[in-house]
Design a protein around this ligand. Sequence first.
Ligand code: HEC
Length: 113
Amino acid sequence: MNALQSTCVNFGIVSLLVAASNTVLAQSEPSALIDQHHCMFCHTNDAPFLAPSFQQISERYRKAPNARVMLENKLRLGGKAHWGDIAMPLPADRGGPITPEDAHTLIIWVLSQ
Ligand code: HEC
């Protein structure tokens, strides 16, 4: 095997490892909460649909100080629109009230997208 071939083989193994670790990360998604509050009714991970995608939201806020707390409060209590004219509906109109702990879990997950 020449150097180029062995580099390709190594690269293949690294890609497999990366794919495997992505699968593990995906399982830590709080899917019960996401289902309960119908987040995916309006959002997707990567494509803007009725609402900004979670990747867009993460891109915008990941490095902003205090954004996490602001978003957790907004998820529970509502607030004015930051993306367009349509604000996110209140929890009562989605899946019911969200506890501070659940809001925290959800926003940590959104910001990890
Ligand atoms: C009925 C549709 C709908 C549902 C259900 C919904 N969202 Fe949203 N969401 C929106 C819209 C529309 C926006 C854009 C609002 C804006 O301009 O700030 C938004 C914005 C957001 C933002 C960014 C807020 C900001 O201030 O920039 C976050 C974070 C978010 N949603 C998380 C969630 C999570 C987590 C859930 C599930 C608990 C959820 N959304 C369920 C419609 C929805």
